[in-house]
Every structure is written in structure tokens, then in C-alpha cells.
Unconditional design. Structure first.
Length: 325
């Protein structure tokens, strides 16, 4: 649905915006470095991809390749400019991308979120190849009403080539440029909360929560605490365990403020935190009684209980009371 009437623009704005269709945002730009084995290894380790064709020349040749190849999805990483280049002043003045962003900002679309990326891979890159990328605008949508506020979907096409100028991949990249606002009204009544998956490994945790007791799984042999629950101790491999009750104190180890997508069972935005318990284990949980802008890493928190009904009751945390001087 369009947002006509919600977001007014000056004369000629739509024509200036649509004039970007087909325009080059980034001229053909070579990657800073050629494809190389060390970066392939780092990528594979970071992604947990153990395919030997990325690191073992003999294994790659056994598949009919000429040697080691780079993971196809690395194509975007090879051509990223890096932080320093990204913030440096561009020679020759603003690029087409800078001009498009400035025009979107003029229309009030000052925020951005990526929505989807569609790759087509034509051939694999190998060490020694030197990639380059060129980006053009495919389309700029009419204004849409979204849950984040009125916005426009901008679709660009990135074409990746090798040192010979041959296309090796294309990427259709779509972002939503939006005007921060209330968006669509949230549901008036919250839906029932999703029920957690209870199994033989974690049933004790939810049974304890129903009694307002935060139980941590403990190895019966080496006394190591672990969460989330599991059948085997990661320290000594023992299958024997019991539980210890947490004191209910902890601190915020990390957190995220979820604005989108909205879920009908939760008030938006909602705070999700990793709380480090006084006992040393960490728990993913909700934060209550605090505004998102007031949460800080290391903030002391105390245990509370969410009796949403029907069972199970769930542990949440709130800021610890400030001690009087």
C-alpha cells in the first residue's frame, strides 16, 4: 500500500528520485587485494565451513577443479572497501550513491534496513583472481507504509567481474530507506506467548521456574555448571548431573533492542539480554523495568518472574535496586 498523504515532498521530488533508475551508483571498482589463500582460510574458519576444496589443493583437484577455490559467497567480501576507505573523502566529489542517499535524506528517508539479497554465481574465484564490482540502480519504489514507518525500497544490481572483465556473479540488493516513525499501530491485544520446547534435558528448568526457582544444571562429577541444559558435561564428558539454585543476581553481558519484525505476543520494542549470573553461567532472557536507552553493559540486574499464564513461568531480569549511600 502506498503512503500517499502521509509524507509530503516538494515539487519534482518524485521525478528526481525516479531519474536514478538505471544510473550507475558505483563505477567499476577493483578489490583492494587479489583472491588469496589466507583470507579464504579465515572466512572458512569464521563460517565453520569445513569443505576441503577451500583449503586443500589435492582435495580440490580430486573434484575436477584446478586447485583451491574461494567460497562463492566471499565475492562481496573481496570487494568491500574497508572502514578507512569507506569514511575517507572520495576523489572527484560525491558518488552516485552519495547523491541518492542525499536525495532520500531530503525526502525524510533517513534510516535504512537491508531487506534481501539475491546472488547468481557464474564461476568460482581462485587465488590470484582479482575481482571488481559495479553497481547500478534497478528501481526505486513508490512510498510504502511499513511497520518501521513510510519508506521506499531501493533495488540495485551489483555486477562482479574478474581481471579479464568476465562476469563471475551478480547480486540484486534491496534496502528499505524509511522515515523513522510510529509505523503501523501495534495490535491492541497481545496474542498468547509462544511456548518453549520442553524436553527431557530441560524439563527440570521449567519445573523449577514454575516454583520461582532458577535452577542451573551441574555436573555430578566435576561440579561444572552449564546452561543451556544438555545430557553431557562439556568439561569432563560425564552424563551424571544434578542442579544448583541460582541466587538471582547477575549483570548484563550483552543485549539487543528488537524493533522489527514485531511479534503479536510482545510489546515492541522488546529487550533481549545475555545475563551473566553470579554463579558464572549465562542466560538469554528478557529485561523488564528499564527503558532501552538506559540499559548498559555490566548493569547489575536481579531475577524476576513472568507469570504470563498458562504455564510455564519464565525468568526475566530487572535493574538491581540502587543501594542507599
Amino acid at each position: 500500500m502506498t503512503g500517499r498523504g502521509e509524507h509530503e515532498h516538494g515539487p519534482g521530488y518524485e521525478e528526481r528520485l525516479q531519474a536514478f533508475t538505471g544510473r550507475e551508483l558505483r563505477a567499476l571498482t577493483p578489490a583492494q587485494d587479489p583472491v588469496n589463500q589466507p583470507m579464504i582460510r579465515h572466512w572458512a574458519e569464521a563460517m565453520g565451513d569445513t569443505n576441503p576444496v577451500y583449503t586443500d589443493d589435492a582435495a580440490a583437484r580430486a573434484t575436477g577443479r584446478d586447485g583451491v577455490v574461494a567460497p562463492a559467497s566471499m565475492i562481496q567480501a573481496w570487494t568491500m572497501p574497508g572502514y578507512a576507505a569507506g569514511v575517507a573523502a572520495r576523489p572527484g566529489g560525491p558518488s552516485g550513491f552519495d547523491e541518492l542517499v542525499a536525495l532520500l535524506d531530503e525526502g525524510g528517508y533517513t534510516s535504512v534496513v537491508a531487506t534481501d539479497s539475491e546472488f547468481t554465481f557464474l564461476r568460482e574465484l581462485a587465488p590470484g583472481d582479482h575481482a571488481a564490482v559495479r553497481e547500478t540502480v534497478e528501481s526505486v519504489s513508490a512510498e510504502k507504509r511499513t511497520g518501521l514507518g513510510p519508506g521506499r525500497f531501493v533495488t540495485t544490481l551489483k555486477t562482479y567481474t574478474d581481471q579479464h572483465g568476465d562476469t563471475v556473479a551478480t547480486q540484486r540488493w534491496r534496502t528499505l530507506r524509511f522515515s523513522p516513525g510510529p509505523g503501523e499501530a501495534p495490535p491492541r491485544a497481545l496474542a498468547p506467548r509462544p511456548r518453549p520446547a520442553v524436553n527431557r534435558d530441560n524439563a527440570f528448568f521449567f519445573e523449577g521456574a514454575n516454583e520461582h526457582r532458577l535452577l542451573i544444571q551441574r555436573c555430578a562429577d566435576c561440579s561444572a555448571l552449564r546452561h543451556p541444559p544438555g545430557p553431557c558435561c562439556p568439561e569432563c564428558r560425564s552424563m551424571e548431573w544434578d542442579t544448583a539454585e541460582a541466587c538471582g543476581r547477575g549483570s548484563v553481558y550483552s543485549f539487543v533492542v528488537n524493533h522489527h519484525p514485531r511479534h503479536p505476543a510482545f510489546e515492541s520494542p522488546y529487550l533481549v539480554a545475555v545475563v551473566e549470573l553470579a554463579e558464572g553461567t549465562r542466560l538469554i532472557t528478557g529485561l523488564t523495568g528499564v527503558a532501552p536507552e538506559d540499559v548498559t553493559i555490566g548493569m547489575p540486574v536481579v531475577l524476576d518472574w513472568l507469570d504470563a499464564g498458562p504455564e510455564p513461568t519464565l525468568p526475566v531480569f530487572r535493574p538491581a535496586p540502587t543501594e542507599a549511600p
